[in-house]
Design a protein around this ligand. Structure first.
Ligand SMILES: [Zn+2]
Length: 240
């Protein structure tokens, strides 16, 4: 089952990459960006097709971005990890699936465009918040649901205020991403996730900054790091 979840995740990652790359993705079949070659079904098998073609188009041999392969693998890993959450109930797993999908979308957008669209940010926040509230309401505890809404509304208001003050230092939307993580796994685990993301970021980017390959003034995309941190946090945790 865990393998099945990995495969579903890979397919999802591949699909997301296409949706985020092409504004007219719903029109017609997938094509090569360079020569327009219409991809056959066997060109669309996650990971396997990419490796078999060595990351190149079958017809014109132009390179397919490594990001495509990376998004397949990391969504696959995310889904495989979430599978373990079904033991805490369908609702608990749904919350984590929603969080993984949206964090995956943010990661891909952030790498591609150094920005995440507000539409995706708010869709993610609303989806995860509604799932959390639904889960609390299923226990019949209306008071707890109301307290949950008030508490998180206050936290979010605080974030909006801080975000206004530090506009130039932290990428726009990063607070929304942190808020989504907070909603999905709670305060302690959100901090843990951020810490892991910082450590991973330091390991990945420090050599680049030292060797001056990465300009220091250039922003480091935070969303992919948070995604990695989130998946690692999920491996270790059991959030309900
Ligand atoms: Zn081509």
């Amino acid at each position: 089952m865990i393998a099945l979840f990995f495969v579903i995740g890979c397919i999802f990652g591949s699909f997301m990459n296409v949706v985020l790359s092409r504004k007219d993705w719903y029109k017609g079949r997938s094509r090569c960006d360079t020569c327009g070659y219409i991809l056959k079904w066997y060109d669309l098998i996650p990971i396997i097709s990419f490796c078999a073609l060595r990351g190149k188009c079958r017809k014109c041999h132009s390179k397919i971005g490594v990001l495509h392969l990376a998004s397949e693998i990391y969504m696959g890993c995310g889904f495989a990890v979430v599978y373990g959450y079904f033991q805490y109930g369908v609702m608990a797993a749904m919350i984590q699936i929603a969080a993984i999908i949206f964090l995956g979308i943010y990661a891909i957008s952030d790498i591609k465009e150094y920005a995440v669209s507000t539409l995706y940010l708010y869709s993610g926040l609303i989806t995860v918040a509604l799932l959390r509230i639904a889960k609390i309401l299923m226990t019949g505890d209306i008071q707890k649901a109301v307290l949950f809404i008030i508490a998180y509304a206050l936290v979010y208001a605080g974030f909006v205020l801080i975000a206004k003050k530090v506009q130039n230092h932290i990428g726009e939307g990063d607070f929304d991403i942190f808020m989504l993580i907070l909603l999905a796994v709670g305060f302690f685990n959100a901090l843990l996730c951020t810490t892991i993301a910082s450590v991973v970021g330091t390991i990945l980017y420090l050599p680049l900054v030292i060797s001056k390959k990465h300009e220091r003034t250039k922003q480091i995309p935070l969303a992919p790091l948070l995604y990695i941190g989130y998946v690692i946090t999920l491996v270790g945790g059991s959030f309900i």
